[in-house]
Design a protein around this ligand. Structure first.
Ligand code: BGC
Ligand code: BGC
Length: 796
């Protein structure tokens, strides 16, 4: 929901637990000012060459460097992006991550000539809900669900468990927690936000940091079972009006009080790193804002750790490019996250230090901050990654104990919004479990799970050791003498006592999840709920989503409605609460309360059906509410374009070559290579490379049949004309080679091809096939209702 800032401030509930923010008057827990590492830092700096100092500022992605590059350049830090993994495999098994950590480490500590100190490298990852890039790790609910638990003690245990799993793989640092206070649910990162309430975000963020890093002053603070945490994205990322990387506008003091509130307690408990936001404050990009990165963060907030940029965030400044940006360093950034263009950036920074564009003093300051974090983390004393305490203890990764914490988090995150007597389900009942999310661990995990975008072609097998929601329900019923059967389409051989429909949003991350309104673009659950209503079968709706959405139609049809958010790998936590004992008495009650208000209307701005903090239980029944089931936007829905691929658009369609996901893919598959690149915005386009006879498959979502009156539109560019036929295949085969012959070498163009030419019967699966090797850049594929030409005579 869009909320007025002032309203949100006025309604902000008091902190649920005693946080210890500096302005509470309680002495800071972490001392940033005692200069305990100063002497060592000064000594190291005096021995370092300018080249090695500059290299400390550079953070490349592991997909673009080798240990040899680390040996040559001595980068200070490295990261794995959401789609990167050892050997180019984002699903590489855990031992390969540890082996690679050793290889990078060894390269970084190899002695340098002339007695120059070798500074060990640190590796950062996005363990944003567990160590979620690693197959077999425990995947905790995303923050929005954790916000519903309102349980700082649980956050601390999750942080601790996550740190331990990261330590198993020899990685040092996680880019978490996100401290965004999201104020517009259309934002694709709403689920990374604990709540729309700054106090709740502050408490849960602080507790997560304590779990990840340990408690300042304690023996194991940043010890071998802990990792460095990151408070991100500083600041105002949640206030951009629903647009990722947008602009947060308002009176500056008010913006600070609200959106930067969670940074005070985070800094107070010693969070070692802060990530600058892609977004802007009143038109000024954070990556170039000296007032914010230096004046406010260092000065007012007293932060003494390091500031890392976001993924090429510096390159988004008007005056900068990915490989040239002294401005960000001068504004106060210490580390450039420069996944690919590190070589150029290194050369340019070095030249800028040498010609005085960057004063030595600023270079030394940034390097000091990086060294300070490394010293505080004990990096110089820690052994190589594989020799650390937890390294290689594979049983810790996804251990039963960690999974139990995740399952508890799932139970506590469920919010009951409707229950007309159907819950809890007796464990002696016969239950049908259906819907797109019922047996779909990728969908229940959301984005940032194994891959950057999650979902796509990930299957249950890719989530080693995880439990789907259906599997959890089946276990609970079998234990009580009942039974559960799974059906994709809702059909059943034996009439069930109850049907559970699990449906909701398909996974997405960042701008790919931005929406224009609050309509749920998935009619699957609705159709199933209708079907059961007609058959007079009681239903429970389990809604999986990264945000509240307008679900009045589903809510009206279902007998019970549960917001389950994105629960992660432990789907059994859902059954813990939904399935009671064999007499139908609850085993666990609902304790989750909304961390975001729930919309009453599908329009982007509208009234709320349920407010922040609401949520019912077996003890306190939900009121019987009548909800309006009409939505002004839906009439146009079918008439609208279906965007298959394009920046900021719904990832409703899976595109593949039979093995690789798209658009969430930057990798290869048999016959087709898909590489992400920047066209007008970051990663908004794909380079597709066909080998002979390979096909790009375009699968339309269930229930969407392309109107044969419409067109397929393709925004593309290509350098070289195809050397063999290129075909569009629907129910018919259609040759579009001439279009690409005409378009070759002419820059970006849009082709609009009537669907009637190759999909007269409204096909649900389309293919673009090349008979010989072929290369094409694509920035958008869409199905439009408009018929731009009725002729099938190309070129288009
Ligand atoms: C990376 C992510 C990164 C994103 C930036 C992806 O290719 O895998 O880690 O956050 O790009 O938009
Ligand atoms: C995201 C960050 C993330 C980084 C590295 C960026 O695109 O905004 O949250 O930590 O990529 O993957």
């Amino acid at each position: 929901m869009i909320r007025q800032l002032t309203l949100a401030l006025a309604l902000g509930l008091a902190a649920v637990t005693g946080g210890c923010a500096a302005d509470d008057g309680i002495a800071p827990a972490y001392d940033w000012t005692d200069g305990r590492h100063d002497a060592r830092i000064a000594q190291l700096l005096s021995q370092m060459s300018t080249e090695r100092k500059v290299a400390q500022l550079i953070m490349p992605d592991i997909s673009t460097i080798t240990p040899e590059d680390v040996r040559t350049y001595r980068f200070g830090t490295i990261l794995n992006g959401g789609n990167s993994g050892p050997g180019g495999d984002d699903q590489a098994p855990a031992p390969e991550w540890l082996a690679l950590a050793d290889a990078f480490w060894d390269a970084s500590v190899e002695p340098l000539p002339g007695g120059e100190p070798a500074i060990p490298v640190m590796w950062a990852t996005d363990a944003v809900h567990g160590h979620s890039n690693i197959p077999g790790a425990t995947i905790f609910p995303h923050n929005i669900g954790l916000g519903a638990t309102r349980d700082p003690d649980l956050m601390r245990r999750i942080g601790e468990a996550t740190a331990a799993e990261i330590a198993v793989t020899g990685i040092d640092w996680t880019f978490a927690p996100t401290l965004a206070v999201a104020t517009d649910d259309r934002w694709g990162r709403t689920y990374e936000s604990f709540a729309e309430d700054a106090d709740l975000v502050s408490d849960l963020g602080e507790a997560t940091i304590l779990g990840l890093q340990g408690e300042p002053g304690a023996d194991d603070f940043l010890g071998q079972r802990r990792v460095l945490a990151t408070a991100k994205h500083f600041f105002g990322d949640g206030g951009t009006g629903g647009l990722d990387r947008g602009d947060t506008k308002g009176e500056l003091d008010e913006l600070k009080r609200f959106h930067a509130a969670p940074y005070r307690p985070a800094i107070n408990v010693g969070v070692q790193t802060v990530m600058a936001s892609f977004s802007s404050i009143n038109g000024e990009k954070m990556h170039g804002s000296e007032a914010m990165l230096t004046g406010y963060l260092r000065g007012d907030l007293g932060f003494g750790g390091l500031v890392v940029g976001d993924w090429n965030g510096h390159g988004e400044l008007d005056v900068c490019s990915n490989d040239d940006c002294p401005e960000s360093l001068l504004a106060g950034l210490d580390i450039f996250m420069v996944p690919e263009d590190w070589r150029g950036l290194y050369d340019n920074l070095l030249a800028q230090v040498q010609d005085g564009t960057i004063p030595t003093q600023r270079l030394d300051e940034a390097v000091s901050r990086i060294l300070r974090v490394k010293l505080e983390y004990g990096l110089f004393e820690k052994p190589r990654p594989s020799e650390r305490e937890l390294a290689g203890d594979w049983e810790v990764l996804g251990s039963p104990g960690h999974r139990e914490i995740a399952r508890e988090a799932v139970r506590k995150s469920l919010v009951l919004l409707k229950n007309e007597g159907v819950l809890p389900i007796a464990s002696s009942a016969n239950v049908l479990v259906t819907g797109p999310g019922a047996d779909n661990i990728a969908m229940q995990s959301g984005g940032w799970s194994i891959t950057w975008q999650g979902g796509g072609e990930l299957s249950n097998e890719d989530f080693v050791g995880a439990t789907s929601i259906f599997a959890g329900i089946a276990q609970a019923l079998e234990a009580g003498g009942g039974s559960a059967s799974y059906s994709r389409d809702g059909l059943f051989p034996v009439r069930p006592d109850v049907a559970i429909v699990v449906f909701g949003e398909q996974p997405y991350a960042e701008f790919v999840g931005d929406r224009e309104d609050l309509v749920l673009h998935d009619e699957n659950g609705l159709a199933l709920l209708r079907q059961f209503e007609e058959q007079d079968i009681p239903t429970v709706a389990v809604f999986l989503s990264g945000r509240p959405l307008w679900t009045n139609r589903e809510m009206a049809l279902a007998d019970a409605f549960v917001a389950a958010w994105l629960p992660g790998s432990e789907g059994a936590g859902v059954a813990d609460v939904l399935v009671g004992d064999n007499e139908g008495m609850p085993r666990h009650d609902f304790i989750g309360r909304l961390s975001f208000g729930w919309p009453a209307s599908c329009l982007p701005v509208g009234p709320e059906l349920f407010t922040f903090g609401q949520g019912w239980s077996y003890a306190v029944e939900p009121p019987l509410a009548q909800v309006a089931t009409d939505c002004a936007l839906l009439e146009n829905d079918r008439a609208g374009q279906l965007r298959i691929f394009g920046r900021g658009l719904n990832q409703q369609v899976s595109i593949s070559s039979g093995g690789a996901g798209f658009p969430n893919l930057a990798g290869s598959a048999p016959g087709l290579t898909v590489l992400a690149f920047d066209y007008q915005a970051q990663e908004d386009a794909r380079q597709l490379i066909w080998s002979a006879d390979a096909s790009l498959m375009i699968e339309l979502p269930d229930g969407y049949s392309a109107d044969p009156e419409g067109s397929l539109t393709l925004t593309y560019s290509l350098d070289t004309a195809p050397s063999g036929p290129v075909l569009l295949v629907g129910n018919d085969v259609f040759d579009i080679t001439s279009t690409f012959v005409l378009g070759a070498g002419k820059g970006w163009r849009t082709a609009r091809i009537p669907l009637a030419c190759f999909a007269k019967q409204g096909a649900g699966l389309l293919a673009l096939q090349a008979r010989a090797g072929f290369e094409l850049n694509v920035s958008q594929i869409a199905i439009s209702p408009d018929n731009f030409t009725s002729s099938c005579e190309g070129p288009f």
